[in-house]
Design a binder for this molecule. Sequence first.
Ligand SMILES: C[S@@+](CC[C@H](N)C(=O)[O-])C[C@H]1O[C@@H](n2cnc3c(N)ncnc32)[C@H](O)[C@@H]1O
Length: 281
Amino acid sequence: MIAKFSRAPLPFQGQKRNFIKQFNELIKDEFSRYRNGIFIDAFGGSGLLSHNIKQIYPSARVIYNDYDGYCERLAHIEETNEILRAINPHYEKYKKNEPLDADDKSAITQILDDFKNKGFYIDWLTFSSVLFYGGGYAHDEVEFKKEKRFFSTRQGAVLQYNAKGYLEGVEIVCKDAMELIKEFDGQEVVLVLDPPYLQTDKTGYKCFWGLRDFLKLIRLLREPFIFFSSENSDILAYIDDRIECGDEVFKNYKIKQASLSNGAKSKPDYMIYKSGIRSLF
Ligand SMILES: C[S@@+](CC[C@H](N)C(=O)[O-])C[C@H]1O[C@@H](n2cnc3c(N)ncnc32)[C@H](O)[C@@H]1O
């Protein structure tokens, strides 16, 4: 029996952990007619949505687009755990959000260098999320080594990560989302679209994502779909405008809302969806 993950096994910026309960309810309530159909998680990120869809509908074909190489990080999770065990003595004595002494910072940097020289895979994103204040991320060694101070981002030792069975049964691809969607032209598939949000912080991703990409994606949008966006991106005004212009794709769309973790300041995130009217069976 595989544990159901409600957050990604390794840190990933933009993962939908704060939305996962509502996402699962939506999949169960509104997309059950596709239980044996195809779901395309075109902006897969950490694979969290793919994992949850597969847990809910084991017979569905679930395609996870691993554009960021998250699977490579998962494949090396035991190496990451071993390095964390070595780092913990320099880390676990601090309180949450306390800066580490310069000696402990140097000791940790030395430990990472030693493991790297032994041929270990170094998951810079994970180590930076453990050591950088306020959710900072480093994609590589150069970015990591620029950081002036390390912090204890949790109380006590860093726990061991576990991804057992996480992507079991899920099909993994790695390509541009637009190319992937085009491959399924003419087929009835559920498009699960969680692109980088316009006008929000995207530093955790390897890509550039701008207005042009967003508009290209909208041109490929078709029912049934679930589209994630945020109040920060002004998406509802945009959709109203599309409907006013007679665009059918958003007509009669439905919406669910979630407030993400940044407290009162955060604007809501949305799942905008249409579940389709045709039955597969
Ligand atoms: C909001 S995140 C998705 C998070 C994911 N739903 C999760 O729960 O982990 C958006 C993702 O789209 C990826 N991305 C950006 N441009 C892309 C493209 N052209 N094709 C596919 N993925 C892309 C980013 O690198 C990032 O991983």
